[in-house]
Design a protein around this ligand. Structure first.
Ligand code: EPZ
Length: 418
């Protein structure tokens, strides 16, 4: 397993290009199951999770061609409808295959995704909605078995605005018989990007980006070309890194309008944030003011940036309260940050961070994708030697060439084989 080594202390300076969004690319690639023909997807990030969904879909019969960040996808000849456990267990987002397989094929067998480090991550809302659309769903030996001659439109209310749940039902509904109304739908930009691609395929969808989405089923779809939106979580990670290292970074090829939740809080730390078109310039504050945050569904502060922001609060000058309201166990990075000298008290879904003004280098272990990002940021400022972040396969799931991008901004960071 590889590890990343960081010699902290360098302020980040320069510009960084943001990759396509992992959490938009995954449902968009899954949506290619809905029809035959060659789809052409641009700005697809080269990530472990993209490789995983590709391997699963290849087992179903989908064919891929790729050139740099362009991915071509063809599902003319699907011959299997079963997504195997040994692959699904490595990526929960495999649940996104359920809706399109059921819509195209009338049946699907997807291994029930287990929980993960950050929570139980149930998919009950996905299954309840598909059943409301006429699917016959059974759980058998750890697999979701779904059958439906033809899905029918339904009125669905999500108890929780689930992101992949909204995406799954959108994909199931585009060729269903009749109209589907999704209430309390998630509003993330990734959902709007999927809807844009589905419309390019001929789907009839309105209201994406709001909590009410209307999908009128159509009889046929066609392959399309689509360019994936930039990754707002990658962009936010670099913006927080610029603030932490008291540097000045221009984040290029991003969507500032997707980052209002973060930008407002980052400005409160004293950082200077200048959004301009498809870029944001961040100048780090000195000292860093302590700021309370509460994670919320979009457009609130993103849960996927909570761990990174906590690393920033560790070097602030006062106390800050961080509340995690989306997942039940998303403070795993705390114990590793404590190894670097952080003082953090956890009480349920609240973490009280005592800003110490600095962190100290240490060997630490990544436990999930965004926790590993927070440890890397901590390493960029840690004093007293090198920080080693182990198990960085977590990091490779969601960040394209991250140490190269940080090195180009002046960080002393490298990858070592162990
Ligand atoms: C998506 O996960 C993202 N993943 C996550 O990003 C992100 O953290 C999350 O949305 C919240 O924004 C992808 O898009 C591939 P949810 P998802 O369904 O869809 C509960 C990353 O780091 N829930 O919106 O799985 C659930 O337990 C990853 O890139 C149910 O109870 O999240 C959670 O508490 C991590 N039943 C809450 O809803 C369900 O059927 C929100 O989950 C579905 C969800």
């Amino acid at each position: 397993m590889d590890k990343i080594v960081i010699q902290g202390g360098n302020p980040l300076r320069g510009s960084v290009e943001i990759s396509g969004a992992k959490n938009a690319a995954l449902p968009i690639i899954a949506a290619c199951l809905l029809t035959g023909g060659w789809h052409r997807l641009n700005r697809v990030p080269r990530l472990r999770d993209i490789h995983t969904i590709r391997r699963i879909m290849e087992k179903l019969g989908t064919v891929f061609r790729d050139q740099d960040n362009v991915l071509e996808v063809n599902s003319d000849n699907l011959f299997l409808h079963k997504a195997p456990y040994e692959l699904v267990k490595t990526m929960r987002a495999s649940i996104l295959l359920l809706g399109p397989l059921l819509a195209r094929y009338g049946r699907a067998e997807i291994s029930l995704p287990g929980g993960c480090a950050i929570g139980a991550r149930p998919v009950n809302l996905h299954l309840k909605a598909l059943a409301a659309m006429g699917a016959d769903i059974t759980l058998d030996h750890g697999y979701i078995n779904a059958r439906a001659k033809r899905l029918k439109g339904a009125e669905i209310f999500f108890d929780i605005p689930t992101v992949t749940g909204t995406e799954n039902i959108m994909m199931a509904a585009v060729t269903a018989h009749g109209r589907t109304l999704l209430k309390n739908a998630a509003k993330e930009p990734e959902i709007q990007d999927l809807a844009k691609m589905l419309r390019a395929m001929g789907a009839d969808i309105e209201g994406d980006g709001t909590d009410s989405i209307v999908i009128n089923g159509v009889d046929a779809l066609a392959a399309c070309e689509h360019t994936v939106i930039p990754d707002r979580i990658e962009a936010g990670t670099f913006m927080i890194a610029a603030a932490m290292t008291r540097g000045e970074v221009e984040v290029l090829g991003c969507r500032p309008d997707h980052l209002t939740g973060l930008m407002e809080k980052l400005a409160s730390t004293g950082a200077r944030i200048v959004p301009q078109g498809d870029r944001v310039t961040v100048k780090g504050p000195d000292p860093v003011e302590s700021v309370d945050i509460k994670t919320m569904p979009y457009p609130g502060f993103p849960t996927d940036l909570q761990a990174q922001f906590m690393a920033l609060m560790c070097i602030a000058k006062d106390w800050s309260m961080i509340r995690e309201t989306v997942f039940e166990n998303r403070f795993i990075h705390v114990s590793e940050l404590r190894r670097m000298g952080a003082e953090i008290d956890i009480n349920g879904n609240q973490a009280l961070v005592k800003g110490k003004g600095e962190l100290l280098s240490a060997p630490v272990m990544a436990t999930d994708l965004r926790a590993s990002a927070s440890l890397l940021l901590a390493g960029l400022v840690a004093k007293g030697g090198n920080t080693e972040v182990q198990r960085i396969y977590h990091l490779d799931r969601g960040y394209e060439a991250i140490e190269k991008k940080f090195r180009e901004l002046g960080a002393a960071i490298w990858r070592e084989q162990t």
